[in-house]
Design a binder for this molecule. Structure first.
Ligand code: HEC
Ligand code: HEC
Ligand code: HEC
Ligand code: HEC
Ligand code: HEC
Ligand code: HEC
Ligand code: HEC
Ligand code: HEC
Ligand code: HEC
Ligand code: HEC
Length: 328
């Protein structure tokens, strides 16, 4: 798809989705902010075509900003025929004529410059969800982005611009930092997990946080991604564990992989939750016959001897097509 087709596809969806989104989230109705700059942001910039001056005028005073913007995919907004409020600098900063005129007349007077600054939307001091609203005016499309409103980042005041910078990006996708450093800057616990002896090789660059999580939000808990068939995120890469098997091991299906594994990192081999396999299995397969929903182990399974190494005899612990006891 060339840039123009892609753009017109975005353009076609954005009007509808923005309206639906604002109403759907109640932002239009419930969250009417007192600050006028902010409410312009929440509602999308409209108004008179005469209030817009176009990016060439901005360039006259902000050449550095123009030049860094020009190198990003956002230059493509200048190709739309939808009107000035969807183009160039003013698609994000709102109508700029009042600001440009006032700056032109300020003639170096600090008070007048301060006043003129207030005439343009700058993303500063705006609540996170409203700042994001500015971006979502165009970016509420597709699975990837349509759930931002309900997600943990948005609810906890993390906005698009905490992770992305349209002008001063340091990594691909206009990110302020590369993964996983970007995520570690707020998620110290995850950082500690991935430093454990056994871990998914995220720090080493083999896989990314966003292979498992949708940083933009989704329907699953912990912002997890699912495979195309809505299965656990783990099956995307560990297809051999997906089955279906003639003899399923119930917890793999009911509780999922995290019944036995930690997804990030672990002090134990195979990312297991327990240091010894028998302790893990015995959490459910008890001696005592307490009802855990799992059969107790047979009495000949003496734990002081060879019956400790459960997976020596029951290696197909994720499921088997030939043996009910997962012997092979
Ligand atoms: C006549 C010169 C002039 C023009 C034209 C102009 N600006 Fe500015 N703009 C300024 C000056 C001066 C500042 C204050 C810079 C500072 O404080 O460092 C400023 C500040 C800003 C700020 C920051 C506001 C803040 O609250 O800190 C933004 C955003 C901005 N301009 C965007 C634009 C956009 C978008 C356009 C085009 C629609 C534009 N400017 C046109 C001179 C201009
Ligand atoms: C995709 C949205 C977007 C577009 C398009 C955009 N800006 Fe910005 N601009 C921002 C954001 C967000 C900030 C706040 C700082 C940041 O996160 O990078 C900002 C900050 C600024 C500032 C404040 C100074 C600074 O360094 O932060 C100026 C001035 C500015 N923009 C001018 C412009 C001009 C001129 C254009 C067009 C050439 C433009 N912007 C296009 C989103 C945008
Ligand atoms: C006027 C519409 C519009 C607005 C508003 C807008 N964007 Fe974009 N954005 C686009 C278009 C168009 C592209 C390019 C899509 C493409 O190349 O297929 C894009 C691309 C991007 C990309 C991908 C960059 C890459 O390297 O692939 C990111 C990240 C992004 N925008 C973030 C933002 C953020 C953050 C904001 C708010 C500060 C924002 N956008 C506001 C239209 C917009
Ligand atoms: C918690 C950090 C974070 C937040 C918040 C965030 N993003 Fe992103 N975004 C990312 C990362 C990381 C990537 C790159 C993913 C990858 O490498 O596959 C990305 C990719 C993108 C892309 C390009 C790929 C695509 O999906 O089209 C766009 C566009 C984008 N983000 C827009 C936004 C917008 C708009 C917002 C706010 C509504 C936002 N992002 C909020 C981290 C974030
Ligand atoms: C600016 C700080 C910040 C950045 C950067 C950030 N996050 Fe978050 N994240 C938060 C906050 C705050 C929460 C909500 C509180 C919590 O659950 O820790 C959150 C929640 C989450 C959750 C949901 C946790 C749950 O319990 O539901 C996941 C998953 C997540 N972030 C992943 C990521 C990933 C992946 C990245 C990098 C692409 C990232 N975050 C970058 C601040 C951030
Ligand atoms: C292999 C897949 C995978 C990768 C890679 C991954 N996560 Fe997770 N993450 C998960 C799963 C699964 C959970 C849910 C754990 C649970 O429910 O017990 C989770 C939970 C979380 C949570 C919620 C708090 C918690 O510990 O339960 C946060 C925050 C988080 N991940 C952040 C990150 C960050 C940041 C990265 C990258 C540095 C990352 N994750 C990489 C699979 C992954
Ligand atoms: C993006 C691909 C990807 C996803 C998604 C993924 N993994 Fe992995 N996993 C790997 C790779 C690659 C390895 C090989 C480890 C290595 O050599 O670093 C691995 C290894 C493992 C191992 C074995 C570690 C060892 O010591 O042999 C376990 C257990 C594991 N993953 C469980 C999970 C679970 C549970 C999930 C879901 C929460 C998951 N994986 C999601 C790619 C993935
Ligand atoms: C009932 C506990 C349990 C559940 C649930 C479970 N595993 Fe395992 N898994 C194990 C044990 C025990 C080992 C170590 C086997 C060994 O060392 O002999 C293991 C090993 C692995 C390995 C490394 C060796 C291999 O067979 O490739 C991967 C990868 C793995 N599991 C992925 C997964 C995934 C993905 C899921 C979810 C679909 C999952 N596991 C669910 C117990 C479990
Ligand atoms: C989270 C709980 C849980 C854990 C941990 C667990 N299992 Fe199971 N296991 C079950 C349940 C539930 C069943 C199915 C009972 C049924 O189908 O009636 C089962 C079935 C079995 C069966 C087949 C029994 C039969 O009569 O068909 C074997 C063998 C088995 N597990 C071995 C293991 C081994 C070995 C481990 C450790 C690697 C383990 N299990 C860990 C819950 C667990
Ligand atoms: C030396 C081989 C061996 C080891 C090691 C071993 N088992 Fe078994 N396991 C067996 C045999 C043989 C059976 C009986 C199969 C039958 O009834 O035909 C069995 C049966 C089971 C059953 C099914 C019980 C029932 O009533 O349905 C469970 C559950 C089980 N084992 C769990 C475990 C656990 C947990 C461990 C580790 C603590 C373990 N096994 C270690 C050989 C082994």
């Amino acid at each position: 798809m060339d840039a123009k087709t892609k753009l017109s596809r975005i353009a076609a969806t954005m009007t509808l989705t923005l309206a639906a989104y604002l109403v759907g989230t109640g932002l239009l109705v419930a969250g009417v902010p007192s600050n006028t700059k902010a409410s312009a942001a929440a509602q999308g910039f409209k108004g008179n075509p005469e209030d817009y001056v176009g990016q060439e005028t901005c360039k006259g005073c902000h050449e550095d900003m123009f030049k860094n913007w020009e190198k990003t995919p956002h230059w493509k907004t200048t190709l739309t025929h939808k009107g000035p409020e969807w183009q160039g600098c003013e698609a994000c900063h709102g109508p700029g004529k009042a600001h440009a005129d006032a700056m032109g007349e300020a003639a170096g007077d600090p008070a007048k410059i301060e006043a003129a600054k207030k005439l343009i939307f700058s993303f500063k001091g705006v609540p996170a969800s409203e700042s994001s609203q500015r971006c979502l005016a165009c970016h509420v499309y597709g699975e990837e982005h349509s759930n931002f409103a309900r997600q943990a980042h948005n609810i906890n005041n993390v906005s698009c611009t905490d992770c992305h910078s349209p002008h001063h990006a340091k990594a691909d996708y206009l990110l302020v930092a590369k993964q996983p450093l970007l995520c570690f800057s707020c998620h110290g616990e995850a950082k500690a997990d991935f430093s454990k002896p056994f871990h998914h090789r995220v720090n080493e660059g083999l896989i990314k946080c966003t292979d498992c999580h949708n940083e933009h939000g989704g329907f699953l808990t912990k912002q997890l991604r699912a495979t195309a068939s809505q299965d656990a995120v783990c099956f995307k890469c560990h297809v051999d564990k997906a089955g279906p098997f003639v003899y399923e091991h119930a917890p793999v299906k009911t509780e999922g992989c995290v019944a036995c594994h930690t997804p990030h990192g672990s002090p134990n081999p195979r990312l297991l939750k327990r240091s010894q396999i028998n302790l893990l299995c015995l959490e459910c397969h008890t001696f005592s016959g307490i009802d855990t929903g799992a059969p107790g182990i047979p009495s000949f399974h003496n734990q002081s001897a060879k019956y400790q190494a459960c997976t020596l005899c029951h290696p197909m612990v994720h499921g088997s097509n030939t043996n009910r006891f997962f012997f092979r």
